[in-house]
Design a protein around this ligand. Structure first.
Ligand code: GLN
Ligand code: ZN
Length: 763
């Protein structure tokens, strides 16, 4: 019996981030479009070869992109906003880059298209823009050319496109507000034109990604699915409807009505949906099961998956396909390149290339179980799985005991906010409208060089510490000169707010080449949390203590919160996220205690990922919010009433989570707000935030320095919703990406704005 295997997509950055390097060189005009094309072709061919040589039944084509696959879909469908010029014929490469970045070689600079997070991943896509008169036409032949190239190279091709409903869902209406579904009438013919091309190329199966089927959809959108798919004309090519990142749940009834030839479901995020899907999905149609996790870096337990597959296999037989849960875009490329990881840890991991091999091995287990090579490979897999399950590197009894001993009291400050505020007022003696910053100051080349030199051994530890201290002294001087009230040490020792703590905690590992695409040419190398987390020693205390020794003003200690550390790492799959986060929270709690002991009376715990970690389905929100809030409180509640806890979040659309944010019970929260003040203010109309709050008074993402009067206006607006004794004055995020001259000017204006208000209130 044959077993069909495929993946939903392969990483497109190349084994050594060739994509990033080439595209950035092209933007700098160092290489030509033809040279760029050559790199694309090399990456594509290497990826197809990997899939083919491993033995997958199809190679996936169309998963490559120079920037983003949703942007490519817009280009394929001719959805180019007017400000990028009139496009006839195919959209030019530079126009594509201009849409993504607002600038590109030989194009007029203009506002880039908006970028936003891809579901609950750390990938970001370019948001399509639709006008009420939007038209669609095929305006790119890139996909078709790639299909030709793969076919010519002898591969069996399964192209991938984004489905029409997901594509519309991801876009935004521009000019006027209208129902995006009204565009379907014009969009469907464009999709049909794509299918016609595919048929002409003898394509057997096309993968149509509709991940929004794992979201809460209104009945209008569910109905639109049925109506649209009835009107789609696959022209003889078979459509595989792919869903991922969650369960179909209430959308399953919709999906079973769609005239597609196959369905893909994600069994890694939502294994429990298999039973219902098997019951409802017709067995004469293909059912593709995503059993190898495209979102993590762990080696799969193939025995466990086989057990899960056996019922499906008996029911569905040859119509059962094996696959990755989602595109492998979210995993690093190849574990073989991790020459510095120790053999044991490495034996627990699988990156994209290894995940493809796992799918093949699974297929062999299902079809040829007795084969001795299969047996040996399965035995090796099981040995690694068991070693990890029982390893003392993973399980630390002391951490487990500590987690088990956490009581409600751990998550409670001694007194409620009102009583604490009074004590803090007496102890800290801040003026009205206290001024502060979010933590980082400009990360100059000099600072980067110091860190790099220390990492490569060019300078020794003593020299490194001395040089960082000089920078701390510099930012303290500058802040005193600016007359800020609560000072920070500037974070010169941190390359990244998660990596810095991961490197100092037990249970974290770091790769050399474990890059994944974040957006465009930007890649990140998330830490791997593989074991119980504990803190061998204080992580920030010495820097802050030193900073405090230089000034009579209050220093603010600066930590990254448990939810953010978790969200920006690869996390364990052998315990709940809640448990891992609680371990991190306990480690941070010790740091908070030590900072307080060192005389630091203001401590900020950043949680920029708090909102972005919300689950995709509303029904799962409460569970998440409960543990996320608890972890923050466990991290922050060991201190005396007089010690002030701050938190910071980088967004202003927090209306839907404002209650949970209030439950964090931080004494002060600083927020982004200057870019979209309206959204922030709306949250206050509906809910009176009870504690101290500093809605950022200027946008640090822009080089523009707003005048004092503008900041005063912003604060006056905020005062309509926040009582004056609880309002803080600060920029809306850290200053590390800015230059000193603009930072000094902006902070001068900001301090003046606070002083202006103080005068008004004193009078
Ligand atoms: N304290 C951090 C900084 O200033 C916060 C960064 C962030 O909000 N993402 O840079
Ligand atoms: Zn921020």
């Amino acid at each position: 019996m044959t077993q069909t295997t495929h993946i939903l997509g392969y990483p497109r950055i190349g084994a050594n981030r060739e994509m990033k390097k080439a595209v950035e060189a092209y933007w700098r005009k160092e290489i030509s479009a033809t040279q760029l094309e050559t790199v694309a072709s090399e990456i594509n061919h290497a990826n197809w070869k990997t899939q083919h040589d491993a033995g997958l039944s199809y190679v996936t084509v169309g998963d490559f992109s120079w920037y983003d696959h949703i942007l490519d879909m817009s280009v394929l469908l001719g959805v180019v906003p007017e400000r990028f010029g009139k496009v006839t014929g195919n959209v030019a490469l530079n126009t594509i880059f201009c849409m993504a970045r607002g600038q590109a070689p030989d194009t007029q600079e203009t506002t880039a298209c908006e970028m936003t997070k891809w579901f609950n991943t750390n990938y970001h896509y370019i948001v399509p823009e639709f006008t009420v008169n939007q038209t669609f036409r095929l305006a790119s032949d890139t996909l078709f050319k790639q299909i030709d190239h793969a076919t010519e190279a002898g591969y069996k091709v399964k192209p991938v496109i984004v489905g029409p409903l997901t594509y519309l869902w991801l876009g935004k209406t521009k000019g006027s507000d209208f129902n995006k579904l009204t565009l379907l009438e014009k969009l469907i013919p464009a999709y049909n034109a794509i299918f016609k091309h595919l048929k002409a190329k003898n394509i057997d199966w096309v993968q149509v990604d509709e991940p929004i089927l794992t979201l809460d959809l209104s009945s209008e959108w569910q109905a639109a699915f049925i109506d649209t798919y009835k009107k789609l004309d696959f022209a003889g090519t078979r459509g595989l409807l792919t869903t991922y990142f969650g369960a179909l749940d209430d959308n399953l009834a919709t999906v079973t009505q769609l005239p597609v030839a196959g369905l893909h479901i994600d069994l890694c995020t939502a294994p429990e949906q298999l039973t219902t899907v098997l019951k409802n999905w017709p067995h004469d149609k293909v059912l593709s099961l995503g059993v190898i996790n495209g979102r993590n870096i762990w080696r799969a337990d193939l025995n466990k998956i086989t057990a899960q597959l056996l019922t499906a296999k008996t029911q569905v037989g040859e119509k059962l396909w094996l696959s990755s849960s989602c595109s492998l875009l979210h995993t690093p490329v190849d574990l073989a390149q991790e020459t510095d990881l120790d053999a044991e840890l490495k034996s627990w991991l699988a990156f994209a290339k290894q995940k493809v091999q796992e799918i093949i091995l699974l297929s062999a287990i299902l079809t040829d179980e007795k084969n001795t090579t299969v047996q040996t490979q399965l035995a090796a897999n099981q040995q690694a799985i068991q070693a990890r399950q029982h390893s003392t590197r993973v399980h630390n009894a002391a951490v487990a005991q500590r987690v088990a001993a956490v009581t409600d009291n751990f998550a409670k400050r001694h007194s409620p906010y009102a009583a604490r505020a009074k004590q803090q007022h007496e102890a800290l003696k801040f003026p009205l409208f206290p001024t502060t910053t979010i933590g980082s100051f400009p990360q100059t080349n000099e600072i980067r060089t110091i860190r790099a030199d220390f990492k490569t051994g060019k300078i020794d530890q003593a020299t490194y510490i001395e040089k960082i201290k000089q920078h701390i002294a510099l930012v303290i001087k500058k802040q005193e000169a600016l007359d800020l009230d609560v000072l920070v040490h500037g974070e010169a020792e941190r390359n990244d707010m998660v990596e810095y703590f991961g490197e100092l905690l037990n249970g974290f590992a770091f790769t050399k080449n474990g890059w994944v695409q974040s957006y465009g040419s930007r890649c990140v190398k998330p830490p791997i949390i593989y074991g119980d987390v504990s803190r061998p020693q204080a992580m920030t205390v010495e820097w802050i203590r030193y900073a405090q020794s230089l000034t009579n003003r209050r220093m603010k200690g600066m930590l990254t919160g448990p939810v953010t550390i978790l969200a920006w790492s690869f996390v364990r799959d052998d315990q709940t996220h809640a448990t891992t986060a609680l371990q991190i929270a306990l480690a941070l709690r010790d740091e908070v205690t030590d900072l307080e002991q060192a005389g630091i009376r203001v401590i900020q715990i950043d949680e920029p990922a708090f909102r972005e970690s919300l689950p995709l389905r509303k029904q799962d929100w409460q569970y998440y919010l409960t543990w996320a809030v608890k972890c923050f409180r466990v991290a922050s509640s060991s201190v005396q009433d007089q010690t002030q806890i701050h938190t910071h979040m980088c967004y202003s659309e927090f209306n839907d989570v404002i209650k949970a944010i209030a439950e964090l019970d931080a004494d002060v929260i600083t927020l982004e707000s200057s870019r979209s003040e309206m959204e922030l203010l709306q949250a206050f109309e509906d809910f009176a935030y009870p504690n101290g709050i500093g809605p950022g008074v200027y946008d640090i993402h822009s080089p523009r320095v707003p005048p004092t009067q503008e900041m005063v206006k912003q604060l006056e607006k905020a005062l309509k919703y926040v009582p004056h004794e609880r309002l803080w004055v600060n920029p809306d995020c850290g200053l590390k990406t800015r230059g000193w001259p603009e930072v000094e000017q902006a902070l001068t204006n900001m301090v003046n704005a606070a002083k202006t208000l103080r005068k008004a209130y004193a009078a």
